[in-house]
Write a protein that binds this ligand. Structure first.
Ligand code: GDP
Ligand code: ZN
Length: 306
């Protein structure tokens, strides 16, 4: 038996990646019920790690689905109260912004980073389009907080190797506003990978405009990017007011020293976070983003209980 990662699920077949190859698999009978549950959480989805046996050189049968560490989900189309799992075991978010065109908005960056943190993903920041200009101070700001910051150009290929390094050993979701170059980066990564492994066949079955099913794209050795056509996965993350601080590492780090255990770091006395801001240890733009997200979460809470 071999262990692999499901990259695509379509019409009862599961494409399983193992050792640089992809096998078309079916699921063993006892698993098939899960398969036909439709959108339910038991369904086998891209990202699931499975054990499978070979039926032929290219086909196999899935015997076991290994426990998930994490899953990306959105409300099901048929019933918004139920969740549709898009992908399993995604552990990392590549937050893409352009260094120019469109000019990056720090508050938007903070929101994407925080939503990634809030959904249990480890985010890093990718400032793309550096061929149009250097992101300057913005890159340093996030570096000082402790985030990995990459400068890339999907156009010239700058920084793509560093990006590939960060993707190795992970299942990564690429997020960010539209127009920043997410698709261009993914395609550039794919081109480099395919050149390296000598694969000539064009990418098939992606159907960005025809399907909403997620798919894992192999962009390097042990490097997978989850492609969710038309779905901004982080838009389904809802955080409660008291959860926001945990999504800002530099606030999270200091919150334990606040005088009150339930401090929201606004006007409470003895707030270690506000002290750090006064001392210039936390950038004001980050704190403003925190306050905005806090207010939005409180507003959402009020609406829910109204
Ligand atoms: P997405 O909406 O985030 O997927 O962005 P796209 O990949 O569709 O790119 C939006 C536009 O930016 C397209 O016109 C791309 O050709 C362009 N673009 C993407 N990456 C780069 C880059 O690194 N440098 C420059 N100059 N343009 C880029
Ligand atoms: Zn506080």
């Amino acid at each position: 038996m071999m262990e692999g990662i499901v990259t695509k699920a379509v019409g009862g077949f599961f494409f399983v990646h193992h050792g640089g190859r992809t096998y078309r698999c079916v699921a063993r009978g006892k698993l098939r019920r899960r398969v036909t549950e439709g959108e339910g959480p038991g369904r086998i989805v891209p990202g699931d790690r499975v054990r499978f046996g070979l039926l032929s050189a290219e086909e196999g049968i899935i015997e076991e689905v290994l426990p998930r560490t994490h899953q990306l989900a959105k409300p099901a189309a048929a019933d918004p109260h139920r969740l549709q799992v898009l992908a399993a075991n995604v552990d990392q978010a590549c937050v893409v912004f352009a260094s120019r065109r469109p000019d990056p908005d720090p508050h938007a960056i903070d929101r994407f980073l925080a939503l990634a943190e809030g959904s249990g993903l480890r985010p890093f920041l990718c400032l793309n389009k550096v061929d149009l200009g250097d992101p300057g101070e913005l890159g340093h700001l996030y570096g000082r907080i402790g985030y990995r910051v990459l400068r890339t150009s999907a156009l010239t290929g700058e920084g793509l190797e560093a990006l590939q390094d960060l993707l190795r050993g992970h299942l990564t979701v690429i997020v960010g506003p539209s127009g920043v170059g997410k698709s261009s980066l993914l395609n550039a990564l794919l081109r480099t990978h395919r050149l390296r492994v000598g694969e000539v066949s064009p990418r098939t079955g992606r159907g960005r405009h025809t399907t909403t099913a997620a798919e894992l794209v192999v962009v390097g050795e042990d490097a997978f990017v989850v492609d969710t056509p038309g779905v901004q996965v982080l838009e389904f993350v809802h955080l409660r007011p008291e959860e926001i601080a945990r999504c800002f590492p530099e606030i999270r780090e200091r919150a334990g020293r606040c005088a009150f255990g339930d401090c929201l770091h606004r006007a409470e006395p003895g707030c270690a976070v506000r002290e750090a801001i006064a001392a210039g240890e936390i950038p004001l733009s980050r704190y403003e983003s925190y306050l905005r997200m806090l207010e939005e979460a409180e507003e959402a809470e009020r609406e829910r209980y109204a």
